[in-house]
Design a protein around this ligand. Structure first.
Ligand code: 9L3
Ligand code: MG
Length: 125
């Protein structure tokens, strides 16, 4: 599983999940599941195209891998917007948050451990 930290002008892009019911309404770093034979970087580019309608580049790791209950790991990458304006094509809503807001918003549990690392790159904390 791969997720993206898109940071512009000291704010991080968060996306509000619509599913499954137990995660609906919570906010996450956008991303998803790598398909068979797909590299994490390719998976992230595809997911962001599908979910946000944007092209991204880069891909330095940020934060630690998060072990998921099913044995997979969730890994976050810092990416830069290359083209397009993020749109909520697969989420309820998008929001740009600064460091303070990141600490106050209801994140999905899996993403909470990344907050200290993310904040180092954000304004306002
Ligand atoms: N997940 C957690 N944090 C994230 C992402 C992208 C995904 N930043 C978890 C939520 C779901 C699972 O991974 O349990 C599958 O995500 P998706 O394929 O529904 O986006
Ligand atoms: Mg997803």
């Amino acid at each position: 599983m791969v997720a993206a930290a898109i940071i512009v002008d000291g704010r991080l892009l968060l996306a509000q999940r619509t599913r499954p019911p137990e995660l609906a309404g919570l906010w996450e770093l956008p991303g998803g599941k790598a398909e068979a034979g797909e590299s994490p970087e390719d998976a992230l580019r595809r997911e962001l195209r599908e979910e946000l309608g944007v092209e991204v580049s880069g891909g330095d790791r940020i934060g630690d891998d998060v072990p998921l209950p099913d044995g997979r790991v969730l890994r976050a990458y810092r990416v830069e917007l290359v083209s397009g304006t993020p749109a909520a094509l697969d989420h309820a809503e998008l929001r740009w948050v600064d460091g303070r807001e990141l600490g106050e918003i209801d994140l999905v549990g899996n993403d909470r451990g990344w907050v200290p690392d993310l904040r180092l790159h954000l304004n306002g904390w």
